[in-house]
Design a protein around this ligand. Sequence first.
Ligand code: MN3
Length: 196
Amino acid sequence: MTFTLPTLPFEKTALEPYISANTIDFHYGKHHQAYVTNLNNLIAGTDMQGKSLEEIILASSKDPAKMGVFNNAAQVWNHTFYWHCLKQNGGGEPSAKLLELIKASFGDFEKFKAEFKQACITQFGSGWAWLILEEGHLKILKTSNADLPLAHGKKALLTCDVWEHAYYLDYQNKRPDYVDTFLNHLVNWEFVESQL
Ligand code: MN3
């Protein structure tokens, strides 16, 4: 049994003009595919074969000898989650239930956006910014490289990929512009709420 590249939950042109089909071709078609291919090659014939993606992530996250497995398995999970966090005509405010939780946790929606953006733009080098649920409250965190909330026993609700490959073709070095666009035009709040 091997892992396959999950189907993209939208057409590759659906996020234009904010994220181009060219970016999707590379990010999904090349980078995400490469993590799937690498993972399959790394687990072939090992005790990891036959385990679920989540099981592989948890079994490899604390083992330095399995860093390659962890990095690729986590990146498969992260990218699949990221695609579901995006949609055509997304962004803006979430529905009442989630908005109340955001207000209770951050004060108001604008403060949430500012804090999430700050996490995105201050992640040094490659990584991810996350909205997570912890003991009934929402929190923002950032992780380096392939690291993810699951490896720390935390529940992810939303992520923004801040690896340069996520935005460089469309935004070059302007990561803050990519993050603004992500928040204002792309976040799939229905998906985020479905993860509560
Ligand atoms: Mn990526």
